[in-house]
Design a protein. Structure first.
Length: 144
């Protein structure tokens, strides 16, 4: 499915896509009793979904708990458009404008958050990789 078409779909379609792509969990361990919590559609919640405990139905947490989207009041659709625009190299002003996110503090905060994620990913995953190129060049030799 094409990106903008996907994120113009209903919250249910977007949430299912997020679960399939492991951006949001389908199950959690209940922080109160340790039971299993399942993601369920809930019309009374802002996102339309929440986690409910199978052992105690009164135990409920937000669907964004422990996810990339936790703590944000933006829609998942707006966040994903913001991230895509940012990754395409648009200015922060254009990124905010394209996604409908306020350019002021919200856009700047999300830009900083994404930069931190990139930095962490680079530090953990990429920095130690050895690039293969001309086998005759030893990158560890000191220049003479």
């Amino acid at each position: 499915m094409e990106f903008f078409h996907l994120f113009n779909q209903s919250d249910e379609v977007v949430m299912n896509w997020c679960v399939r792509n492991r951006l949001i969990a389908s199950q959690l361990q209940c922080p109160t009793c340790g039971g299993q919590m399942n993601l369920a559609q809930r019309g009374s919640k802002a996102t339309g979904f929440s986690f409910r405990c199978k052992s105690n139905r009164s135990h409920e947490v937000a669907s964004r708990k422990f996810s990339f989207f936790q703590g944000s009041k933006l829609t998942i659709q707006d966040i994903m458009v913001f991230v895509k625009s940012y990754l395409e190299g648009h200015t922060m002003f254009m990124t905010s404008r394209m996604s409908g996110v306020s350019y002021r503090s919200t856009g700047v905060d999300w830009g900083s958050f994404i930069r931190e994620l990139f930095k962490d990913h680079f530090t953990r995953s990429i920095r130690q990789k050895v690039l293969k190129g001309n086998e005759n060049i030893n990158l560890n030799q000191k220049k003479q």
